[in-house]
Every structure is written in structure tokens, then in C-alpha cells.
Design a protein. Structure first.
Length: 394
């Protein structure tokens, strides 16, 4: 009957007789359960200190069965027993030996988003690790990469989020699917009226409105936000930059604001709700999404900002190069060169027609890869491998 076990990276906290879970995760699971012909079991790990957008649930409220493991507790054959299909993350090294635990009739499908290069980029950008620690980290990553490739070759299926992971790992698995992850549903995309209003405003002049959203961490390039803003000021660009998010670099960025010629141009907005605050703001108050990612993770922020009608100016990491090649949604600059990125933006600030063209391309491309069509393709892929039919959902 194709019972499925999903081993997910979602955070969970036990609170008395209840569990605290990310609301988006639960709602996403609710959609998946509505499609799947049998009750889904989800395996999560304890150990998360906080869940910012979480809610407390009774077990009976959840649209799936829940199994909890301790942070370092190994997954054993008994956890997999009774499930026909195992759906696990290949980015999690604790899931890389699962094929050895399967019974002959069981199947496994992995999902992955990071490449080995991206993992090494993230390690190299970690300011809290010294040289020796980083060298040890690179050796460990090499060992895990061997295990990962072996696991993917043994799996029945692979789902790759983003172009870099699909290009690297897709050929290793017998049945590979590429997708672009994001949270944009039909009600969240920019409207034609909002697109037209943005274009009219750009034609009239005024500040070029930049927006950044994401974790304020080195792997996301948040350390480059102030240098980009400073360079734009030096180039005489009339702009604003709204920064949404929090992280270890927040205090550094806040202090850096005071060194800018016009500190009022840059505003720290903190963490806001995605649907009710970030999306409406981006739809109505942003011309260009500023992407400073110094590595090639398939950040959903690209596709989400594009769905809000914002063009994108980003470092040419492998993900953005491929995405922009497909979508023609913006501009690139050499990886890690904040001045070059600012200069690229300064150039397009004088060309409202180019911004309009890229904005329209971004909007159109994102709608073709919204949450629902991408989710449907993933579920159909799992169902085909499992040998079942999905349930019709109104």
C-alpha cells in the first residue's frame, strides 16, 4: 500500500504533551498527506532550541504520524520497518547509510540541494573555525561525499533542488528529477496592477529600491551589504536598501550603517512574516533583489523575490548563473566582488527599461515554477517509484 517514511530536517521541540513545529512545515505536510494514498510517517530529530514561526500541536492535530529521535541517535532498521518507500535528505550525513538497512522490497528516494563545492564554500566562510579546524572539516567532507555518491547510486530515485545539485548528482541516480523549491502560491504572486505601478514609478525616476531578505550570515554574503551600499553612494546612485532577516552579522551590519555617507538609505527590518509582510512589501516597494550569496545553494529567495516582480542583481554563483540563463531575470557580478556588484547595479539604475524587462521575465519564470506545479511534479515522481496513484485533490 506504499507506506512512506519521510526523514526531514524540520525542527521540533517537545513541550509537555505537545510538540512545537514550524507552521509552514506542517501545512506543507498537510498538502502532501492529502495527495498520498496512505498515512505518512515523518521522522524528526530533537535538539532545536527555538522555532521562530512555530506553533504547538497535539499529536492528533498533525496530518501525519510523528517519530522523534535524539540529535545523535542513529537511524536503525527498526525505524524503517513497515514502510515501503523511504524519502530522505542526502544533505544529512546521518541518512547516507540507509540503503544498507533496507529490506529487499523497500525503496529509497533521496532529495538534495547542496553540492560538495557548496559545502566547502560554506566551511571556508565560517569565521568561527581556525585553519586546523577547517582542514579537518575538508577531510571529513571528502569522506562524507564518498558515502553520499555511493548512497545516490544505490537509490531508486533522486530529487535535486536547484541546477548545481542536479547537474552534479542527477546522472548518478537511475531516476532523477530537478525542481526549484519555493513558497509562492497563486495568491502570493505580484498582480498585473502592481507590476504596472512599479514600471510607472521607475519611469518617473526616484530612488532605486533594493531589498535583501535572508539570514544575516557569511554564507549568504550579508557582510557585503554595507560595502555595496557604500559603493552605490560613492557612485551617486539614488537608492534605498531594505534588509530583512537576522543572524550573527546583524550587529556588525547595524554598526556599519553609521559609516555610510547616507545611513538613512539603508533600513534594518528584522524578521517578518513571509506571507503577510515580506511578500506584500517586496511586491509594492522593491525594484531589485540584492543577492550576495557567495556559494551556490539553491536559495528559494531567488524564485520568491522574482515572483514578487523584483529583478535580481547577484553574484554569479553556479545557481544564479544557471537560473538567470534560463529566466533572463537580472544581472550578475564576479563571486565575492561587492564593488563590481554595486557597479553593475549603478549601471542598470540608469536604464529603467532594462529593469522592467528583467522584472517581467522574473515574474513570468517564477509563476511557471511556483510551489504547486513543482510540488505536483515531486509527488508524481514519488508515486511512480512507489507504484501507486496519487489521490485527486479538489
Amino acid at each position: 500500500m506504499a507506506h512512506i517514511l519521510m526523514i526531514a530536517p524540520a525542527p521540533v521541540i517537545e513541550t509537555g504533551g505537545r510538540v512545537r513545529l514550524d507552521v509552514k512545515f506542517v501545512e506543507g505536510m498537510r498538502v502532501q498527506q492529502a495527495h498520498w494514498p496512505n498515512r505518512i510517517t515523518c521522522l524528526l530529530r530533537r535538539g532545536t532550541p527555538a522555532i521562530p514561526f512555530g506553533r504547538d500541536y497535539d499529536a492528533a492535530e498533525l496530518p501525519f504520524e510523528l517519530v522523534l529521535l535524539d540529535p545523535t541517535e542513529p537511524i536503525e532498521a527498526r525505524h524503517l520497518a513497515g514502510h515501503d518507500l523511504i524519502y530522505a535528505g542526502a544533505d544529512d550525513f546521518r541518512c547516507l547509510g540507509l540503503a544498507d538497512l533496507l529490506a529487499p522490497e523497500q525503496k529509497i528516494v533521496y532529495v538534495i540541494e547542496y553540492t560538495d563545492e557548496t559545502r566547502r564554500q560554506i566551511l571556508s566562510l565560517d569565521r568561527n573555525r581556525g585553519l586546523v579546524s577547517r582542514l579537518k572539516g575538508h577531510v571529513w567532507l571528502m569522506q562524507q561525499e564518498r558515502r553520499r555518491r555511493s548512497a545516490l547510486r544505490a537509490a531508486q530515485g533522486l530529487q535535486s533542488n536547484g541546477y548545481p545539485a542536479h547537474d552534479l548528482y542527477g546522472p548518478m541516480c537511475r531516476d532523477s528529477l530537478h525542481f526549484l523549491d519555493g513558497r509562492m502560491t497563486p495568491d502570493l504572486f505580484a498582480t498585473e496592477a502592481e507590476m504596472t505601478a512599479r514600471e510607472a514609478r521607475r519611469a518617473e525616476g526616484g530612488p532605486l529600491r533594493l531589498v535583501y531578505s535572508g539570514r544575516l550570515e557569511t554564507m549568504k554574503g550579508a557582510q557585503d551589504l554595507i560595502p555595496v551600499a557604500r559603493r552605490l553612494s560613492e557612485r551617486g546612485v539614488d537608492f534605498t536598501l531594505d534588509i530583512f532577516g537576522t543572524g550573527s552579522l546583524e550587529a556588525e551590519i547595524a554598526a556599519g550603517l553609521q559609516s555610510l555617507p547616507d545611513p538613512q538609505r539603508v533600513r534594518l527590518r528584522g524578521v517578518v512574516d513571509f506571507e503577510t509582510e515580506l511578500v506584500p512589501f517586496t511586491r509594492q516597494n522593491a525594484d531589485i533583489f540584492l543577492g550576495c550569496h557567495r556559494q551556490s545553494d539553491p536559495s528559494c529567495t531567488y524564485i520568491e523575490a522574482m515572483g514578487c516582480g523584483a529583478a535580481v542583481a547577484s553574484y554569479d554563483n553556479r545557481m544564479w548563473q544557471r537560473l538567470n540563463g534560463e529566466a533572463q531575470a537580472g544581472w550578475g557580478a564576479p563571486l565575492g566582488d561587492a564593488l563590481a556588484l554595486a557597479d553593475r547595479i549603478a549601471g542598470v539604475a540608469r536604464d529603467p527599461a532594462a529593469i522592467t524587462r528583467c522584472s517581467r521575465n522574473a515574474w513570468t519564470f517564477s509563476q511557471a515554477h511556483g510551489f504547486q506545479p513543482e510540488f505536483q511534479r515531486r509527488m508524481e515522481h514519488l508515486a511512480r517509484i512507489a507504484g501507486v496513484s496519487l489521490l485527486p485533490v479538489a
